[in-house]
Design a protein around this ligand. Structure first.
Ligand SMILES: Cc1ncc(COP(=O)(O)O)c(C=O)c1O
Length: 380
């Protein structure tokens, strides 16, 4: 049987088993030592005011919307080129997601498109740092200041990315990270909220503790209901998994960076009209190297490429069905987003994870070049 080169393989460090077993022997499965240790570790690592470990980026975004007091009649601007969680958190608060276009060079929100959508109902902007490439946070923070808006960073892909020496997720008012098994740091299903504005910290604890003040019980032996909230905190097993990965963060990031650069150097050398690599070198931006993407000129070429690679036992995937075109999302949007559509039609992601060997990567690059050189006269 031929070996398949998978699109993703979650990284598992040597510490993992020991840490998971220690959770089992401690018999504390919620709000335990790993949850605390991981929060403190991330807080120090990315210089955040406060980190709360959550069950997912989705739940961190939901908490962010409650903290931002988003409610009925409010509008929140965001890209359509994102995962539904970015918009669901807004709809869950009965507010309206307003989709803006992206730019085709880094696949992040286009500032001009955002500014056109601002009106008196606009309360916040959710920026998404696609694939780990940071948005230009200087520009977004200036716009937010000008129109008195909050900025929430959906940094699901961008843990350890930097903009001008500041860690992504710590620049806006609130930042949300994902440690889902598809991300650089794998906590099973896990995430984190970075609280960058001290005024949110106390309320965040209540919301995260299902609306109670349980976290600050101290010597009192009771707690009570204070606000809305839900079960947002990360369970102890996921926290231990996340912690184990963080212990190996340097190795993980080094490997991802090397693989990303290998793709970039090999594919940019090979100039071809069929595709481009959406990336601009910028000394102010450091990527987390979450994904390596290529954009083909047409959907048909992209779809054929995925089929071709599949026939060579290599898994490559498209990304994001744009929210404004989805069955649920189109009721919020009746206009076109040109670059979002172009990117969706052409984009493909190549395998990228620490356990991808150089030999496997060379095979992927070789097949890629074969495809574009011979298109459309190749044989599957
Ligand atoms: C941009 C973006 N935001 C949020 C999420 C949701 O992350 P999680 O699975 O941790 O809830 C994803 C998932 O991939 C994502 O791509």
């Amino acid at each position: 049987m031929k070996k398949i080169i998978k699109f993703n393989k979650p990284y598992v460090s040597l510490h993992t088993k020991k840490n998971l077993l220690s959770v089992l022997s401690n018999r504390v499965f919620a709000d335990g030592i790993f949850q605390k240790k991981t929060e403190i570790l991330i807080q120090r690592l990315i210089k955040s005011h406060s980190i709360k470990l959550t069950q997912s980026c989705t739940s961190a975004l939901e908490v962010a919307m409650i903290l931002a007091n988003i409610g009925k009649g409010d509008e929140v601007i965001m890209p359509s080129y994102t995962f539904p969680s970015t918009a669901n958190c807004v709809i869950l608060r009965k507010a309206k997601p307003v989709f803006a276009d992206i730019n085709k060079f880094d696949l992040n929100l286009d500032v001009k498109s955002v500014e056109k959508k601002i009106n008196k109902r606009t309360k916040a902007i959710i920026v998404v740092h696609y694939g780990g490439v940071p948005c230009d946070m200087k520009v977004f923070m200036e716009i937010a200041k000008k129109y008195k808006l909050l900025v929430i960073e959906d940094a699901a892909h961008a843990f350890l990315s930097k903009f001008k020496k500041k860690f992504i997720g710590t620049i806006g008012d609130l930042g949300a990270f994902s440690f889902h098994e598809t991300k650089n740091i794998v906590g099973g299903q896990c995430g984190a909220l970075s609280i960058n504005n001290k005024r949110f910290i106390k309320r965040a604890n209540i919301i995260l503790d299902k609306g109670t003040n349980r976290f600050s019980m101290g010597k009192k032996n009771y707690y009570s209901w204070k606000d809305i909230g839900s079960e947002y905190r990360a369970p102890e097993l996921s926290s231990a998994l996340t912690y184990s990965q963080l212990m190996k963060i340097k190795i993980i990031q080094k490997k991802r960076g090397k693989l990303w650069n290998n793709y970039f150097n090999a594919l940019k050398e090979f100039k071809n009209e069929l595709y481009y690599i959406p990336f601009l070198k910028d000394k102010n931006k450091l990527s987390s190297y979450h994904t390596f993407t290529v954009i083909f000129k047409k959907k048909q070429i992209r779809d054929n490429f995925i089929k071709f690679m599949y026939s060579k036992n290599i898994q490559c995937y498209f990304h994001y069905f744009p929210l404004h075109k989805s069955t649920y999302g189109k009721k919020f949007c009746n206009y076109k987003l040109k670059y979002t559509d172009d990117v969706y039609n052409g984009l493909v992601r190549l395998p990228l994870y620490p356990d991808l060997s150089i030999t496997e990567q060379q095979k992927i690059i070789k097949k890629f070049i074969f495809f574009v050189k011979n298109y459309p006269f190749y044989k599957i």
